[in-house]
Design a binder for this molecule. Sequence first.
Ligand SMILES: Cc1ncc(COP(=O)(O)O)c(C=O)c1O
Length: 391
Amino acid sequence: MTLETLREETPGTQDVLHFNNAGAALPPQPVVDAQIRHLQREARIGGYEAAADAADALEDTYAALADMLGCGTDEVALVENATRAWDMAFYGMDFDAGDRILTSRAAYASNYIAFLQVAERTGAQVDVVPSTDTGEIDVNALRETIDDRVRLIALTHIPTNGGLVHPAADVGAIAADAGVPFLLDACQSAGQRPLPVDDLQCTMLSGTGRKYLRGPRGTGFLYVDRNWIERIEPPLLDLYAATWTSPDTYEIRPDARRFETFESHVAGQVGLGVAVRYALNLGLDAIRERVTALAETLRTALAAVDGVTVADTGRVRSGITTFYAEHMEAAEIQAALRERDVNTSVSTPSSTRLDAEARHLPDLVRASVHYYNTEAEIDRFVETLKDVLTG
Ligand SMILES: Cc1ncc(COP(=O)(O)O)c(C=O)c1O
């Protein structure tokens, strides 16, 4: 597909300059159409009946995710967002006093809050593995710190607050060597780079639909390695995740759908399948290449603007660029850009507290590009930013 076709299929590109793809990307028309078709079907024939009619499309959502991850459809659960996906895995594990959870400095707030809660409840301890000078988890330090008390390695693949891409496959190799489960938060990487779980050697992986996959809001997914599914007990169960087999007994499903609930956003899940197929058709290697190149162009251009500091670290970098300005707060910049139909978001220190404090970061403007963005949009973005900064 040419860039022109991609943009024609993305109606939002005519209305806004969208550099908020790490917030929620603009969906392509086929994703919008699939959802609307399903909603209309629900209105015409009933929600349960429409879901029954959409059974093949829903199955294909599992199949598309399995194709993307290189796993079986029995290893995929559809849930409402990346947080719940991650929670179902994390809170499904057993921790005791003295157990260690290893993570990295750029951990996402929701995940770290969950670590703290579980540590408080169980006496487990959270250990933050040191980072390299360029911000990645230090894999040598990780290897050295592993002992027989480590119960989990949990990594945010691409942090919410910048370009850094952690060496997830190296971490996975260390986890596999040590026989420790590895939970990868791929929320910001799903849809912008390939995620082959065999190469990443992750035990569990969580992702969301609305970001780089360009899927619907309110959709997420969880992958769990088949050998681990029955060792992770969902923290919440319903009559779909488990069967009430006698007055005093129940049986939990043996596949990853044990992490789901009966009621779900069917139109969104159908749309998610279309979005994943869309990304697979374009090719995740090609997407990564273009997104990375555009983001580097943006960083270079931003670094040349007076009074602007680019805050990204990482030897390997993603489509997310963060920056701050000497004389204007991030929220003010974001609002002024929004008034000019230019979309960005703000990343506050509390979303990645350890990293923000270690690097003394203020609130950051986050400009995240996707493959459908253009070099001309980068030029326009930088010109608009200069305009905003000079009042
Ligand atoms: C690294 C990371 N993990 C998890 C999430 C949560 O994703 P969701 O909002 O789909 O639950 C985010 C959201 O920004 C994120 O940046």
